[in-house]
Design a protein around this ligand. Structure first.
Ligand SMILES: Cc1cc2nc3c(=O)[nH]c(=O)nc-3n(C[C@H](O)[C@H](O)[C@H](O)COP(=O)(O)O)c2cc1C
Length: 363
């Protein structure tokens, strides 16, 4: 049996069951194309992009590859702008703005792109794979995608969410373990912050309960973790932090260095940057604002409020105030090109497979 011939490789038309996570803001057209050209699935993280920008980024990718790739979108409600917490939060953020020599914006644009129009842009550009996080889009959108022959991937943090995704007519589900960097995909959890299922528990329970192939995500950085995920029943893996460190990612150098400087205790799950729980490297921003965790304006309001601070901190390389989305295994990452990373992962899987540490290793 070949490790790389799975339901996921068949459905997606790829050579290796490795997916580069769509990472809004950091997955450039070049990383998407490089990953797809290397036989895996590149994903454009398009959530923060207008339909027009999505169209043009897809054109850029299509100029670089004729292999399949995906576009990833958030299922987000339009923001309710009249939140009493907003002004209080601005007061709390003021010292960071002074530090970064920013002035509080007069008006904040809470406009959020319409998901139907974003999806339409993807379909019109001829992309055949789409992935969603934060929920399930409307039945109208799912029907539109079915009619266009698009393969739909959903993201679940619990078995319940995976069953809902399968029932909605999706073709593949990503099991996002609590190790994962970035936003938690949760949308039907009792308590988004408290319910944190690890990948070791999530994958076997999910594959027992859903019929569609499962892709494992969270803490996967090298061949041994790919082998482990496949052994648990996943038919593919999705890596975010590992691809953040590649040459083609648009993460700034200070961010990459911070990822490599982590250890297993460095990350926390917090709503402080965006209003939605996300795994980040703990820094001065999260420590100073820690007591506000229960009073953060909901996503995407907080995301918009902190946007100027996060962006300027990235420009000046101030990791104290940047949003450093990162998985629990980030320090196992390697600074390589996307292609070198994939070649390395594939050869590690081939050599690691079924190599157990027995007593003879302990000399
Ligand atoms: C910087 C960053 C940005 C991310 N952005 C997205 C996104 O836009 N959409 C999405 O579905 N997942 C996003 N994720 C989560 C990934 O899809 C994936 O679940 C996660 O990276 C897996 O854990 P790992 O980082 O340990 O590999 C992001 C992750 C990171 C680290």
């Amino acid at each position: 049996m070949m490790w790389n011939q799975t339901g996921v490789t068949q459905l997606l038309g790829i050579t290796y069951p490795i997916v580069q996570a769509g990472m809004a803001g950091v997955s450039s057209p070049s990383i998407v194309a490089e990953v797809s050209n290397a036989g895996c699935l590149g994903t454009l993280g398009a959530s923060y992009m207008s339909p027009q920008d999505i169209t043009s980024a897809i054109k850029d990718i299509q100029a670089l590859t004729d292999k399949p790739f995906a576009v990833n979108l958030f299922v987000t409600q339009r923001a309710i702008v009249f939140s009493p917490e907003l002004q209080k939060m601005q007061t709390e953020l003021a010292p960071f703005r002074i530090e970064l020599e920013l002035t509080e914006p007069d008006a904040i644009d809470f406009e959020w792109y319409d998901l139907t129009q974003q999806v339409q842009a993807v379909v019109d550009a001829g992309v055949k794979i789409i992935s969603f996080t934060f929920g399930i889009p409307s039945a109208d959108i799912v029907t539109m995608l079915h009619e266009a022959g698009v393969t739909i991937i959903g993201t679940a943090t619990t078995v319940k969410e995976a069953v809902m995704i399968e029932d909605a007519g999706f073709h593949i589900v990503v099991a996002q373990g609590m190790e994962a960097g970035g936003h938690r995909a949760s949308f039907a959890s009792e308590d988004e912050l408290a319910v944190q299922v690890g990948l070791m528990s999530l994958v076997p329970q999910m594959v027992d309960q859903v019929g569609v192939p499962v892709i494992a995500a969270g803490g996967i950085m090298d061949g041994r973790s790919i082998v482990a995920a496949l052994a648990l029943g996943a038919q593919g893996v999705q890596l975010g932090s590992a691809f953040l460190l590649t040459d083609e990612s648009s993460a700034v150098e200070a961010y990459k260095k911070a990822l490599l400087d982590t250890n297993d205790e460095s990350t926390i799950v917090t709503k402080l940057f965006s209003g939605k729980p996300a795994r980040v490297i703990a820094n001065r921003f999260t420590k100073v604002l820690h007591s506000l965790e229960d009073n953060v304006p909901a996503f995407p309001l907080q995301n918009t409020l902190t946007s100027d601070i996060r962006k300027m901190a990235a420009v000046v390389g101030d990791t104290d105030l940047m949003s450093l989305y990162a998985g629990q295994s980030s320090c196992l990452g390697r600074e390589l090109s996307a292609r070198e990373l994939i070649d390395t992962l594939v050869s590690e899987v081939a050599t690691n497979q079924f190599q157990y540490h027995d007593a003879s290793d302990q000399n």
